[in-house]
Write a protein that binds this ligand. Structure first.
Ligand code: MTE
Ligand code: HPA
Ligand code: MOS
Length: 749
């Protein structure tokens, strides 16, 4: 089945937030924000802005009826800065006017007086000053201290990993209007409608049942709207409540880039110990996460860095520690992979360092250490249904790694100023929210008396195709035609207390709930068919009823009609909670993941050693989808994730200056992959496995894992650089931009 949104997307008919037909009397809101990264806020003078024609109101912290607080995990983030400014771009208030243009003109008239304070942008500096978001975390397995003695080789190093701008095509936005009795309706471009609802209730001081959040779809989220869509929705809700008028806000790109957090930059130290036969015996790493000025989701991201610190490898002795460091940057947040990619990058750097020092190909070390059934992760979960070696072997053999390596070696021998590099990138990613409490979902299904079906779940469609997968589930379970099922918007009145659509678990959690709802409906209809239509073994195919294999004269419509006449309940609301998972945060042990997703990729790059530029020739992937329920969508997810991962590792460079101001604040200074920079060829092979019972229809979660194939891009380029400039020690400092590549090519020459 093709993506059910495909035609509307391509023809421009899909409704995004800014396409909602405007309600009469709509006003427009625009935030105004801190022009400095750390300061005491002395005075805000809005009088000139207020006097402008068309400006209706300017709202700041003192206009908040409830709590000036939007922090999710930790209550440390005001909606509007009150006494202090903690990052450049921190919202101080909003201007509401009759047009967005007037808002922009008025913003220039707002005077902000402040007394500057010292700015910290570096996580190690924050750590040294003991500025932490939460207590440090660590995971341990075995005993590293005694293991070092058994190691033949020990290497240490330092790693820098920069952040990443989400660059969802649809910027942040929300649209609110009042209903009766002080209740309020908010359309929000959010991955987490319930978080929006809960926070609006808190800030506006109204109960959650007075807040209806409705989300049709997002033009991309990538984690950037898991938590950070909330503030904007609260702002328009606040204005709507004050003014009793509809209020809308859609951020301009540069406002969005300046004011929102990004993927977390990390700085890290590693120590890795290997035996003479290249087994990793011990691994120690310390991670300094650049959290920004407030917690946001950083503590959870930090934890996932530890969960994935050993990637797809079994290491018997592990000690990994992570600090969430408070700096004066916009609070960093969820981004596809959720801290996992940073954890993996560091062990890949450690392996790379060992490989370069020992003259052993990295792939040989990687392959020696892949996970196997029965191994233990540092967090106590025992590996089962492991596909790490299966994926690697299938990739190595299927794409003939040996001959690729030989071809690259020969090419490099014959060419002096163009060099090729190749890297293999295995992945292992745990599926479930690491916070066990969040792994649940609900689905509501109505069968109307004409036989048409409407489905609501907690899943938010953001381009990942979850709605198509949900539709497939309903169609398969009920036997109706795809055209008979409609997937409705995600709405907090229909589905309550949802977790955000995140952790790649949207289709699993909501799909399982939908399966349960459909099953209950089906059982009722089966009974009606047996008792009233004389069909003992009901099957529905393309709206026709079958008894065993025998076609009958009855249709789906007849069956629903009969059930309706018999006053059978044609609606069902089902709840699913992932079984078996648990995790003890204190001990750092448990079984947090329903299952793991595995895979391996081979990346080939050509580096122009005069210019420092590069191009990816080929990325070849064996990916573990179990039994894919939609090959087109899943391959689309893999391709998109790989390109996004390569972009992060290569072109995309976020720069804040020493004063904490974002220098890469537009698409002229922040380069994302385009059609010219994507790999010339991406080949995807699916690993043939049985899938997993806890994956929806045995089709494993696909949203985040393939991003981590992109890590290999860094090491492929590094290998090409080493071929041009052998024997040099290069820093591990991602992204490997052409500028850095050029410097390394000529380092020490
Ligand atoms: N794909 C598209 N097109 N747009 C997105 O915003 N977000 C990614 C991934 N794929 C995203 C995407 C992220 S960060 C996650 S967690 C998953 O989709 C969420 O959806 P799922 O749980 O349904 O896989
Ligand atoms: N992954 C993604 N998003 C999340 C998680 C997680 O584990 N926990 C909370 N939000
Ligand atoms: Mo995805 S980072 O879990 O929204």
């Amino acid at each position: 089945m093709i993506n059910i949104d495909a035609h509307n997307h391509v023809s421009g008919k899909s409704i995004y937030l800014d396409d909602i037909i405007e309600w009469k009397g709509t006003l427009f809101a625009l935030p105004f924000d801190a022009p400095v990264a750390h300061a005491r806020l002395d005075h805000v003078d809005v009088s000139k802005a207020l006097s402008m024609s068309g400006v209706v109101v300017v709202l700041t912290a003192k206009d908040i009826p409830g709590k000036n607080q939007i922090g999710g995990i930790i209550a440390d983030e005001p909606l509007f800065a009150e006494e202090d400014i903690h990052f450049w771009g921190q919202p101080i208030g909003i201007i509401v006017a009759t047009s967005e243009r007037i808002c922009r003109l008025a913003r220039e008239q707002i005077e902000i007086k402040f007394s500057e304070l010292p700015v910290i942008t570096d996580p190690r500096e924050a750590h040294a000053q003991n500025k932490l978001i939460c207590p440090p975390r660590n995971f341990q397995l075995g005993d590293v201290t005694s293991a070092w003695g058994q190691c033949q080789h020990v290497f240490e190093g330092k790693v820098e990993i920069n952040g990443q701008e989400h660059l969802y095509i649809e910027t942040q936005g929300a649209y609110a209007r009042m209903k009766e009795d002080g209740s309020i309706l908010i359309a929000s471009s959010t991955q987490g409608p319930t978080a929006v609802q809960r926070t609006i209730a808190k800030v506006l001081d109204i109960p959650m049942h007075k807040v209806e959040v409705d989300t049709v779809r997002l033009g991309g989220g990538f984690g950037g709207k898991e938590d950070q869509a909330t503030g904007w929705a609260v702002m328009v809700a606040l204005a709507a409540q004050k003014l009793r008028k509809p209020v809308k806000m859609v951020l301009h790109r540069m406002d969005d880039m300046r004011m929102t957090g990004k993927r977390h930059p990390y700085s890290a130290d590693f120590k890795i110990g290997l035996s003479s036969d290249m087994k990793i015996l011990a691994y120690e790493a310390t991670f300094f996460q650049n959290a920004g000025a407030a917690a946001d989701l950083s503590p959870a991201v930090l934890e996932r860095t530890l969960f994935h610190a050993t990637n797809a490898y079994f290491v018997p002795n592990v000690h990994v520690t992570a600090y969430s460091c408070k700096t004066n940057l916009p609070p960093n947040t969820a981004f596809r992979g959720f801290g996992g990619p940073q954890g993996k990058f560091v062990i890949e750097a450690a392996i790379s360092k060992a490989s370069e020092s020992l003259g052993v190909p990295a792939a040989d070390i990687q392959k020696q250490n892949l996970l196997n059934d029965g191994d233990e992760f540092s967090y106590g979960q025992i590996v089962d249904q492991c596909e790490a070696q299966n994926a690697w072997n299938s990739c190595e053999e299927g794409f003939d790694l040996k001959s690729i390596q030989e071809r690259v070696r020969l090419f490099n021998e014959q060419n002096s100023h163009i060099k090729k590099g190749v890297a293999v990138q295995p992945i292992c990613f745990g599926i479930s929210f690491t916070n066990t409490m969040m792994n649940h979902a609900r689905a509501l299904v109505h069968i109307y008396q004409d036989g048409s079906v409407v489905v609501s779940t907690g899943a938010v469609e953001m381009g990942q195709g979850v709605n198509t997968k949900l539709l497939q589930i309903a169609v398969r379970k009920l036997g109706v035609q795809p055209g008979s099922v409609r997937i409705e918007s995600t709405n907090t009145l229909r589905i309550a207390n949802t977790s955000p659509t995140a952790a790649s678990a949207g289709a699993d959690l909501n799909g399982k709930a939908l399966e349960m709802a459909c099953k209950s409906l089906w059982e009722r209809l089966e009974q009606v068919a047996a008792e009233h239509l004389n069909i003992s073994n009901l099957r529905v195919q393309n709206d026709i009823l079958y008894d065993n294999q025998q076609k009958t004269d009855h249709t789906w419509h007849d069956l629903v009609q009969k059930a309706f006449q018999l006053r059978v309940n044609l609606s069902e609301h089902a709840h699913y909670a992932t079984p078996l998972i648990h995790f003890d945060k204190e001990k750092g042990k448990g079984h947090p993941f329903a299952y793991h997703v595995y895979g391996a990729a081979i990346l080939e790059v050509t580096v122009d050693c005069l210019r420092g530029t590069y191009h990816f020739d080929k990325v070849q992937i064996v990916h573990d989808l179990g039994v894919s329920m939609n090959v087109h969508i899943d391959n689309g997810q893999i391709e998109g994730a790989v390109v996004q991962g390569i972009g992060w590792m290569t072109l995309e460079e976020i720069i804040y200056n020493k004063e904490g101001r974002l220098m890469t604040n537009a698409l002229s200074t922040y380069k994302i992959p385009d059609i010219y920079s994507v790999p010339s060829e991406i080949n995807i092979k699916h690993l043939e496995t049985e899938g997993h019972e806890l994956a929806i229809q045995k089709s494993k979660a696909v949203g985040e894992p393939p991003l981590m194939y992109g890590l290999g891009a860094y090491f492929a380029i590094r290998n090409a650089v080493s071929a041009f400039n052998p024997g040099k020690e290069f820093a591990f400092d991602a992204p490997y931009t052409p500028e850095k590549v050029l410097m390394d090519l000529y380092k020490g020459r």
